[in-house]
Design a binder for this molecule. Structure first.
Ligand code: BGC
Length: 380
């Protein structure tokens, strides 16, 4: 079987040694690191693009600008490779306003109400970049940082970012490392870790937009979704949780059995109206801290399947409700309403203001450590 890659000439460079890719299907992966220039930020900082091709010929590309997953090329049921994440061909696309395509989000994934929280009796005021609320770490979150390369080899990339005390209003110097690994089982494994020198709050996630039919190929309403959760955290109009953990009781939020995303997204339901579709945190079943399968998505046309495994207690299921056709992405594809969905594994939104939610406080001497895996396969 041959995989038709549209990558053109790929420079395989390992410490100056040029590697050779055998024709047709690879049985073993080359140990060379595929690294190339991705452009420069407005401040002149260079960004790089790392491409990882596994033993099946499936491929992941990641840049250290925002730690963004730029492409994920995986086979459909006929073996044809397709790119299943939204994004841009060059750094310029990522430097222009976009809704966190592929990014590492931090210090705090999702919203903190009114951009404020209290910790040890002190009030911390954060950037308010989403109406009156704080979203995804603020004006210059981790998605816009140029991360240092800690290590890179043929299957993994370790990125590091030091977020300074006071950045976007958060206390403490937060030293964050994210390791991406592209395995020979078509899994993107993401390991997050962080330490601090003052008590702080932290909630890191990845904001990839998936479309298993192929990026830019249409909306995601036909994707079949299963989520292993019995409850979610309902929100107000500003998408801030009230603090309740609500059971589904036959509502459009019940994904314990597979449902097409589009099946109930238009139902008369206050929560769907507030989210303009699904934009909610699901309280995942199973023990947080244990890597377990929490979601499965299948795309009937291509047969592609994505499973999500995580150690996290929650997952924001977002159906691209704010995509509106104004962004043109990879290969000139226009990203229209609901052309991608996100499964952002994380702690619950606004946790610093909800003592009944699992704690997001990190203290000196502790290590924040979470793992999430996006695993791709196919079904008949
Ligand atoms: C949020 C959405 C937001 C999107 C892009 C998601 O995580 O829940 O409300 O529009 O990110 O910023």
């Amino acid at each position: 079987m041959r995989y038709g890659f549209a990558t053109g000439a790929v420079a395989l460079v390992l410490f100056g040694i040029v590697g050779c890719t055998p024709p047709a299907q690879q049985q073993r992966r080359t140990e060379a690191v595929d690294k190339r220039d991705f452009g420069k930020t407005a401040a002149g900082e260079p960004a790089e693009l790392y491409t990882f091709k596994n033993a099946n010929g499936a491929e992941a590309a990641i840049t250290n600008y925002g730690g963004r997953v730029v492409s994920l090329k995986v086979p459909d049921r006929a073996g044809t490779i397709g790119d299943v994440v939204l994004g841009f061909d060059s750094l310029d696309g990522y430097l222009s306003p976009n809704p966190y395509f592929g990014a590492i989000v931090g210090r705090y994934g999702n919203r903190i109400a009114k951009g404020r929280f209290t910790l040890n009796g002190a009030v911390y005021k954060l950037a308010q970049n989403n109406g009156e609320n704080h979203l995804h770490g603020g004006i210059k979150g981790f998605d816009k940082a140029v991360w240092k390369i800690r290590a890179a080899d043929a299957r993994s990339l370790e990125l590091n970012y030091l977020s300074r005390d006071g950045e976007e209003g958060y206390p403490g110097n937060l030293d964050t490392t994210v390791k991406y690994t592209w395995t020979d089982h078509n899994e993107l494994r993401i390991e997050y870790s962080a330490t601090t020198d003052k008590d702080t709050v932290v909630n890191l996630t990845n904001h990839s937009y998936f479309n298993l039919a192929g990026q830019g190929q249409g909306d995601i309403l036909g994707h079949q979704v299963t989520i292993n959760a019995d409850r979610f955290t309902p929100v107000d109009q500003g998408l801030i949780p009230a603090g309740e953990l609500r059971g589904f009781a036959g509502s459009p939020f019940d994904f314990r059995q597979p449902h097409a995303i589009g099946e109930r997204i238009g139902a008369a339901d206050e929560q769907l109206t507030f989210g303009k579709g699904y934009d909610h945190n699901f309280v995942l079943n199973g023990a947080a801290g244990t890597l377990r399968v929490v979601a499965r998505v299948t795309e009937p046309g291509s047969g592609r399947v994505m499973e999500v495994l995580t150690t996290q207690p929650g997952m924001q299921f977002y159906t691209g409700n704010f995509l509106d056709g104004t962004l043109r992405g990879k290969g000139g594809k226009v990203y229209r309403h609901r052309y991608g969905f996100c499964m952002e594994t994380q702690h619950f939104p606004d946790s610093p203001n909800h003592p009944n939610f699992p704690s997001v406080v990190l203290k000196p001497g502790e290590r924040y450590q979470t793992t999430t895996v996006y695993r791709f396969s196919t079904a008949r």
